[in-house]
Ligand binder design. Structure first.
Ligand code: GUN
Length: 286
C-alpha cells in the first residue's frame, strides 16, 4: 500500500512560509507583490481557477486585481489590456486565464505579455530559458510536481522516469526538469506503441494525458512513484478524478498523489511563488 503524498499539506506549508516572507515586503520595498489576472468569458473551469488564485493571494498577502471581460471583446481590446498591464509599474505579474474564446489566438496574447511579468512561464522566452537552463519563470504545474517529489524525498538521479503526455504546459517541461535532475526520461503519448510495456519500466510515473482513470494497476511497476496530474470528471460518478485509477494503483505504488489534493493545490501555490519571484526581480531592477 502506497504512501499518499499530500500536495494539499505541502501547499499549506509553502503558503504559510510565503505569508511570512511577504509580511516584511511593505517595510522593505514599500509595497507587496501585485498579480493581475485577466478572465475573458465565463467558462466554469476558468471561473473556479480564478477564484482559487484570488483566495491564495488573500491568504498570502499578495495584491490581486482580476480584470473580467465578456467573451465578446475583440483580440485587439484584450491586447490593449495586456499592454497596459505590461507598462503599469505597480503590476509584477500578469496571467491571462486560458482557454480564450475561439476568435482569439492564445499564442499571440501570451506572447504579448512581457517575459518579466509572465507568471505562468508560458512566454517563449521563459520556455526557452527552461530548455537552455537559464534564469526564467518555470510554469506552475511542472514546478509543483518537482516540489512534491522533493517534499517526499524521492530520489530522482539515475531513476527511470516516464511521462505520459507531451503538452507544452506539463509533459514537456516536467520531462526537462526531471532530465535536469539526472533522471532517464521517456515521454509517451497517444501514438506510443505498447504503452504499458514502457510505463512498467518507470520508477517515477507522471500521468498528464487528461483521460480519466487511464493508468491501471497493470501499467505500473511494483514500488513505483506515481504522480497524477489529471483533472477530469468521472463520467459515472460526476466527481473529480485523475488520470490514475487511484484505488487499484495505490496497492502497487510506493508513493502516490491523489486527485483532488495532490498536484492541483501546488499549481496555484507555485503561481504565488512565481509572483513573488517576479516582484523581487522587479524590485532589484530599480
Ligand atoms: N487554465 C488552466 N490552467 C491554467 C494555467 O495554469 N494558466 C492559465 N493562464 N490558464 C489556465
Amino acid at each position: 500500500m502506497a504512501i499518499i503524498i499530500s500536495g494539499k499539506e505541502l501547499a499549506e506549508k509553502r503558503r504559510a512560509q510565503m505569508k511570512e516572507e511577504v509580511s516584511h515586503f511593505e517595510e522593505k520595498y514599500g509595497r507587496v507583490p501585485h498579480l493581475a489576472v485577466v478572465l475573458v468569458g465565463l467558462d466554469p473551469g476558468s471561473v473556479s481557477y480564478v477564484k482559487g488564485k484570488e483566495k491564495a493571494c488573500v491568504e498570502i498577502g499578495i495584491k490581486n486585481t482580476t480584470i473580467r471581460k465578456p467573451d465578446t471583446i475583440s483580440q485587439e481590446e484584450l491586447l490593449n489590456i495586456v499592454n497596459e498591464l505590461n507598462e503599469d509599474d505597480s503590476v509584477d505579474g500578469i496571467l491571462v486565464q486560458l482557454p480564450l474564446p475561439k476568435h482569439m489566438d492564445s499564442d499571440f496574447i501570451i506572447n504579448a505579455i512581457i517575459p518579466q511579468k509572465d507568471v505562468d512561464g508560458f512566454h517563449p522566452v521563459n520556455v526557452a530559458s527552461l530548455y537552455l537552463k537559464q534564469k526564467g519563470i518555470i510554469s506552475c504545474t511542472p514546478k509543483g510536481i518537482m516540489e512534491i517529489l522533493d517534499y517526499a524525498h524521492i530520489e530522482i538521479e539515475g531513476k527511470r522516469a516516464v511521462v505520459i503526455g507531451r503538452s507544452n504546459i506539463v509533459g514537456m517541461p516536467v520531462s526537462k526538469l526531471l532530465l535536469d535532475r539526472n533522471a532517464t526520461v521517456t515521454i509517451c503519448h497517444s501514438r506510443t506503441k505498447n504503452l504499458s510495456e514502457v510505463t512498467k519500466e518507470a520508477d517515477i510515473l507522471i500521468a498528464a494525458l487528461g483521460k480519466p482513470l487511464f493508468v491501471q494497476e497493470d501499467m505500473v511497476k511494483e514500488g513505483a512513484v506515481v504522480i497524477d496530474v489529471g483533472v477530469n470528471r468521472n463520467l459515472e460518478t460526476g466527481k473529480l478524478c485523475g488520470d490514475v485509477d487511484f484505488e487499484h494503483v495505490k496497492e502497487k505504488a510506493s508513493y502516490i498523489t491523489k486527485v483532488p489534493g495532490g498536484v492541483g493545490p501546488m499549481t496555484i501555490t507555485c503561481l504565488m511563488e512565481n509572483t513573488i519571484e517576479c516582484f523581487l526581480r522587479h524590485m532589484e531592477e530599480k
